[in-house]
Design a protein around this ligand. Sequence first.
Ligand SMILES: NC(=O)c1ccc[n+]([C@@H]2O[C@H](COP(=O)([O-])OP(=O)(O)OC[C@H]3O[C@@H](n4cnc5c(N)ncnc54)[C@H](OP(=O)(O)O)[C@@H]3O)[C@@H](O)[C@H]2O)c1
Length: 407
Amino acid sequence: MSSVRHLAYSRLFCHLSKSKSVPKSVSSHGSQTRLFSRSSRCRTIMPAWVIDKYGSNDVLRYTKNAPFPVINYPNEVIVKVFAAGLNPIDVGMRGGYGAATMSMKRDPLKLKQSGSEFPLILGRDMSGVVMECGLDVKYFKERDEVWAAIPPWKQGTLAEFVVLSANEVSHKPKSLSHVEAAAIPYVATTAWSALVNTGGLSKDNCANKRILILGGSGGVGTFAIQMLKAWGAHVTVTCSQNAERFVRELGADDVVDYTSGPVEEPLGELEKFDLILDNVGGDTERWAMNLLKPWSGSKYVTLVTPFLQNTDMLGLADGMVKTAATVATKALKHLYKGVHYRWGFFAPCGSALDEVRDMVDAGQIRAVVEETFRFSQVPQALDKVEKGHARGKTVVEISKGGQDFEH
Ligand SMILES: NC(=O)c1ccc[n+]([C@@H]2O[C@H](COP(=O)([O-])OP(=O)(O)OC[C@H]3O[C@@H](n4cnc5c(N)ncnc54)[C@H](OP(=O)(O)O)[C@@H]3O)[C@@H](O)[C@H]2O)c1
């Protein structure tokens, strides 16, 4: 499926839309018909939740006058957002986490003044409908129902519309509602990047592999359990005692409760693992490496890395040098013991989402939505994510049945 994607990267700094004047748009979703009252081309502003500075939840501001996204490159699409999933990174970015690296990505030549990222729109996940396509977009057309995870240096999805590169977008699973679909892309592309690109796993080599997921009850964990089980792996999970049933229902074979004492002891009594996905961090890498099968290509992949913290604290150049030195030292140290040490990162990828979509529509993966909030409740939704103890995902419904948010 991914091979038929038309990916265009040429950069043209003009409006490159091939949209005809969009008529009253109609998209079927379930039994409902969605009506959009206005062409996106006629609009210059839209409703969104923005921040004008970094801080706690009180920096969030609802506005009806956020700038309407514009197609700047021929491979971009504008999507009307129906639902946006939230992730811990949204809480982090609200407080300025990763600001140094994101500024460099947005403005590599440092032509703009500091603070030019504001008003900033948070939200990485979305499910919605294509409203407008750039000239080189062949794989999508107006009114297609799509889902995507958006890189953190771009404007986010807590808004009525968002602009994305077509290679970040995928047709959404037909079997899911928009709210359900918005719970998956960010955690799916993160798990895909960590397990497939970094960990070397695939549907063809997972059978009977022993995988340990540290932190199985949150967004990434609940997705990773399901994907690995669909690929035939044996999955062991750590989580709180009160999440044991939840992760077993998702397919976990063995479950170890981290709240009743150090997990390294019960985990050490089990057969050793081929891969560990660490969603917890902290002191886990002190003991987790000993749980891997030595000299057999086994890997430890952690999603909790100091990369963005380093660049925030030390600036981009020094932060990157420190990061490279840290990861290289750790990788070499563990290589001597016959195991591979790696860092995993979220990577937006429409073709990975195409494969995940097929697994969802085949009934192998379900969306795990813990709680849904209305668009007017974005501060409460972020508050919930900030409090932790997730059991799946928190999702904001932006638009329901064509009736847009009125605050
Ligand atoms: N590097 C990247 O690009 C990247 C991308 C995505 C996510 N991440 C990071 O990966 C981590 C997981 O992300 P997520 O979206 O899954 O977070 P999440 O939805 O907040 O889930 C975290 C889960 O871990 C559980 N937990 C907390 N402490 C634990 C422990 N010691 N042992 C086992 N489980 C524990 C929590 O429940 P209880 O507290 O109730 O046990 C919760 O269910 C986060 O730190 C996130 O920042 C990194």
